[in-house]
Design a protein around this ligand. Structure first.
Ligand code: AKB
Length: 324
C-alpha cells in the first residue's frame, strides 16, 4: 500500500522543513501539509486543519487515504507560560485528536515530537539519560511528558505505532522558531548576518542542548524508517546534537564577524532554561535505530551564516518570507 502522509503544523519551524523532506521521500502528491492558515507560495497539497477539531482531521484522513500522521502543532515553552491553561488545552486536545483518529482509522505510523522540556531539576542535567526522572516546570514540558505517556498508552493498549523524539532546540536557516526558550540561538545568526547587535534573553553561560535542522530532520526520518521491532521506547527518544552557551555561540560567530556584539538581558526564559539539561545522553537512540549527529557548533555556524547571507542578499529581509 502506498504511503500518504499528513503533516499537522506544517507551517512551523520544523514542520515547514520536514514537509519538504517528506515530499522528496514520498512524492509531492503523497504529502498533505496542514496548518491553521494557508502558506503563501506553498507547492503541493495544503489543507486548513485546526487540530483541536477532530472532525477536520477525520475528513482529511478520509479524503486522501492518509497512512501516516506527523503531529507537529504545539505551543512551545516560553509562549506557553503566558497562557498556561490554554496551552495545556491546545497541546493535549490536539494530541488526543490525532491519537484517536489514528486508532479509529488504523493509521500505520504516528510521529509525536517531545522535547528536552520534559526534564526538570530532578534529572541529572549533564548527559541526561533517557530514563531520567521527569519533573518539568513549564506547561509545555508537562504537556510533552504527559503526551509521551499517552503515546505509549496507545501503543500498549491499541497497538498504534506511535514514535517520538525529544528534540533539543532546533536551529535552521530555512524557517523561524516561535515561542521557545531556545529561539535565541536562531535569532543570533540573523542579527550577526544583518550586522546588528544582539540582546540575549539568557545569561552568557546558560548551556543548552541544540541540534542543527538537517540532523533533526534526518533523526525524524530515521526513527520513522526503523523496523518496528527495534523501537524499544514508546515514550520518546533522547537525541543529542550540540550543546553550547550564548557566550560560546557568540565566540563562534565572531570568527566570521569579529565586531559582533552581544549583551545579556536575562528574562523569565532564564528560569526555564536553568531547569533544563545542559547536554543529552542519546545512547538509546543510537542503540535502537543508529542515531548519530553530524553537525557541531563550527559546521552549523558556517552553514547558518552562509545560507542566511544568501537569503538576505536576495532581498528576504522580511523574516516571515524566510519560511520556505
Ligand atoms: C522550546 O524552547 O520551547 C523548544 C524546545 C526545546 O522544545 N525549542
Amino acid at each position: 500500500m502506498k504511503t500518504v502522509v499528513l503533516v499537522i503544523g506544517a507551517n512551523g519551524q520544523l514542520g515547514s522543513v520536514l514537509t519538504e523532506s517528506l515530499k522528496q521521500k514520498f512524492g509531492e502528491n503523497n504529502v498533505i501539509a496542514s496548518d491553521l492558515k494557508h502558506r503563501e507560495g506553498y507547492k503541493g497539497i495544503f489543507e486548513i486543519i485546526d487540530a483541536t477539531d477532530i472532525n477536520g482531521i477525520h475528513e482529511v484522513v478520509d479524503t486522501y487515504h492518509v497512512t501516516q500522521i506527523y503531529h507537529l502543532a504545539a505551543i512551545l515553552s516560553a509562549r506557553g507560560e503566558e497562557m498556561p491553561l490554554q496551552t495545556w488545552d491546545i497541546n493535549m486536545k490536539t494530541l488526543f485528536n490525532v491519537l484517536e483518529v489514528s486508532r479509529q482509522k488504523n493509521i500505520d505510523k504516528v510521529f509525536f515530537p517531545s522535547s528536552i522540556a520534559v526534564f526538570g531539576e530532578g534529572a541529572i542535567l549533564d548527559h541526561t539519560p533517557n530514563d531520567a526522572y521527569l519533573d518539568p516546570a513549564t506547561v509545555y514540558g508537562i504537556s510533552k511528558a504527559a503526551g509521551e505517556n499517552w503515546a505509549q498508552y496507545y501503543f500498549l493498549r491499541y497497538g498504534l505505532d506511535v514514535r517520538s523524539i525529544r528534540y533539543p532546540g532546533v536551529i535552521g536557516y530555512q524557517s523561524l522558531p516561535g515561542g521557545g526558550t531556545t529561539d535565541y540561538a536562531v535569532d543570533i545568526y540573523h542579527k550577526a548576518v544583518r550586522q546588528e547587535d544582539f540582546s540575549c534573553f539568557l545569561d552568557k553561560n546558560t548551556t543548552l542542548p541544540m541540534i542543527f535542522m538537517d540532523d533533526a530532520i534526518r533523526a525524524t526520518l530515521e526513527l520513522m524508517d526503523a523496523p518496528k521491532e527495534n523501537i524499544t521506547l514508546r515514550t520518546s527518544y533522547n537525541i543529542a546534537g550540540v550543546s553550547f552557551s550564548p557566550a560560546e555561540i557568540a565566540a563562534e560567530i565572531r570568527k566570521l564577524y569579529p565586531d559582533f556584539k552581544i549583551a545579556y538581558h536575562p528574562d523569565f526564559r532564564q528560569e526555564i532554561a536553568s531547569r533544563w539539561p545542559k547536554s543529552i545522553d542519546d545512547t538509546m537512540a543510537t542503540k535502537d535505530w543508529g542515531w548519530k549527529p553530524e553537525f557541531d557548533l563550527e559546521s552549523m555556524t558556517t552553514i547558518m551564516i552562509q545560507k542566511l547571507k544568501e537569503k538576505y542578499k536576495t532581498g528576504s529581509r522580511n523574516l516571515e518570507s524566510l519560511v520556505l
